[in-house]
Write a new protein. Structure first.
Length: 302
C-alpha cells in the first residue's frame, strides 16, 4: 500500500472543508481562490524551468526530441502540449511526443492499474526509440507514479537527459532526474484531486517549456507565430495578418507571397529583404538557425 500521508498533494485543505454546504457562488469563489495560488507556485520554479528550456533547445537543435511521459491527468496534459506544437510552431510531427500510460485509449478513458507498471513505461519508451539524443520529462503530481519512475530510470540508464514536473515536495522523481521542476501547489480544494491545482500548474509549466524552446529555435518573430501552419481558414487569415502586421503590406500582397512560399516566415523575409529566390532564402535562414530577426539584420548589413 502507498502511504499517501507523505504526499503533499493528498493532504486535506483546511480552507475548503465546508465546500459541500456552500452556496454556488461561494463554492466557486473557494475554487477560484485556490486556483489563484497556482501561478505563484509556478513562479518559484522558474529558475528550474529555465535550465530545462536551455537543454531541450540544444537537444532539438541537434536533431533530438522532447518526450513527455505521465499517467492520468499528467499524461493527458503532456499529450495535449505535444499535439499543439505542430500547428502552432510548424515543428514536424514526432519532434515533441506525449506518452500516456495505457496509450491513446487512456486519453478518453480511465485505465486502472497501468500507472503502477514500471515495465510498461520502459516498453513504451522503447517503442518510441528513446535515445541519448532525446530529452525526457516525467510528469507526476504525486512525484511517485511507478510508470513515470520506471520511464525516468530507463532514460537515465541509456544516458538520456531527464527532468520532472511535480507538485509534491520531497518527491521520488525529483531525486531521480537531473533537472527537477517542483511547483508546490499544496493541498487540493477537493482532497487528492490532482486534476485541479496540480493539473493547472503542469499545464502552465509545459506551455512555458514548449513555447520558450520554440522561441529559441526561431519559431517566433517578435511575439508572432512566424511558423504557423495554414491548415484551416482561420489559420490562413492569421498568417495573412501576421505578414501584414510585420511588413505593412496589404492583404492582397500578403496572400500573394503566402501562396508563393506557403510559409509566413519566408513571405516576411522575402518582403522585407526583396529576396525572391526560394533557395537563397532557405540558405540565409539556415545560416542563422532559422531566426528571422537575425537573418534580416545580417542580410541588411550585407
Amino acid at each position: 500500500m502507498v502511504n499517501i500521508n507523505n504526499i503533499s498533494t493528498e493532504k486535506r485543505n483546511s480552507r475548503t472543508t465546508n465546500m459541500d454546504v456552500a452556496v454556488t457562488e461561494e463554492l466557486l469563489k473557494l475554487l477560484n481562490d485556490e486556483d489563484k495560488l497556482v501561478p505563484y507556485a509556478v513562479e518559484k520554479a522558474i529558475p528550474q524551468i529555465a535550465k530545462v528550456v536551455d537543454v531541450v533547445a540544444k537537444k532539438l537543435e541537434n536533431g533530438g526530441r522532447l518526450l513527455y511521459i505521465g499517467a492520468g491527468t499528467s499524461g493527458r496534459i503532456g499529450v495535449l502540449d505535444a499535439s499543439e506544437c505542430p500547428p502552432t510552431f510548424g515543428v514536424e510531427d514526432g519532434v515533441i511526443v506525449g506518452i500516456i500510460a495505457g496509450g491513446d485509449y487512456a486519453l478518453r478513458n480511465a485505465v486502472e492499474g497501468v500507472e503502477d507498471s514500471k515495465e510498461e513505461a520502459i516498453n513504451d519508451l522503447k517503442r518510441h526509440n528513446l535515445s541519448d539524443k532525446d530529452f525526457l520529462i516525467g510528469i507526476a503530481a504525486s512525484g511517485r507514479t511507478p510508470y513515470v519512475v520506471g520511464g525516468l530510470e530507463y532514460a537515465n540508464s541509456i544516458n538520456c537527459e531527464t527532468a520532472c514536473v511535480t507538485t509534491s515536495s520531497d518527491s521520488i522523481v525529483s531525486k531521480i532526474v537531473k533537472y527537477p521542476i517542483e511547483a508546490i501547489t499544496g493541498a487540493e480544494p477537493l482532497t487528492g484531486s490532482t486534476r485541479m491545482k496540480s493539473g493547472t500548474a503542469q499545464k502552465l509549466i509545459l506551455n512555458m517549456i514548449s513555447t520558450a524552446v520554440m522561441v529559441k529555435l526561431g519559431k517566433v518573430y517578435e511575439n508572432l507565430m512566424i511558423d504557423v501552419q495554414m491548415s484551416n481558414d482561420k489559420l490562413v487569415s492569421r498568417a495573412e495578418r501576421i505578414v501584414m502586421e510585420v511588413t505593412g503590406v496589404c492583404q492582397e500582397t500578403a496572400a500573394k507571397y503566402l501562396k508563393k512560399f506557403n510559409s509566413v516566415k519566408y513571405a516576411v523575409f522575402s518582403i522585407l529583404t526583396e529576396v525572391e529566390d526560394l533557395d537563397r532564402i532557405e540558405k540565409i535562414l539556415k545560416e542563422n538557425k532559422n531566426n528571422v530577426r537575425e537573418s534580416i539584420k545580417k542580410y541588411q548589413k550585407g
